[in-house]
Design a protein. Sequence first.
Length: 146
Amino acid sequence: MPRIKIELPPDFLFSTTINVRITDINYGGHVGNDSILSIIHEARVQYLNSMGYEELNLDGAGLIMADVMIEFKNELFYGSQVKVFVKASEFSKASFNLYYKLEALKDNGNNNQLIAVAQTGMVCFDYTRKKVMPIPVTVLSKLSNN
């Protein structure tokens, strides 16, 4: 069976650290795939907030996640801290991709373990008019440089 392969961009300027909660743990005793998606969502919100945006207000545009791909690499456990790197890339008129690299912090950050890589396709959307809209120029400029 062919597997997805996500090609990460070369550099990530933004990162955040997220604690693994007990509610993130599944019956297998590790972080569930649904929780990895939730961690990615939290990292995306923090990434946008770092530039003064919210998912429903990027200089007048909202965001819709059109698709998601996740490559799971290693397990993650309760009590761990995961460092999530986020970068925007591959811009079109109304959409762009966000890339994520998730690493479990080990040895004070000196020996991190890759947990997952992911990609989300984000589309700018006018929630009032219920229509796709172009990426605002100011947003494009900020996202391109972060």
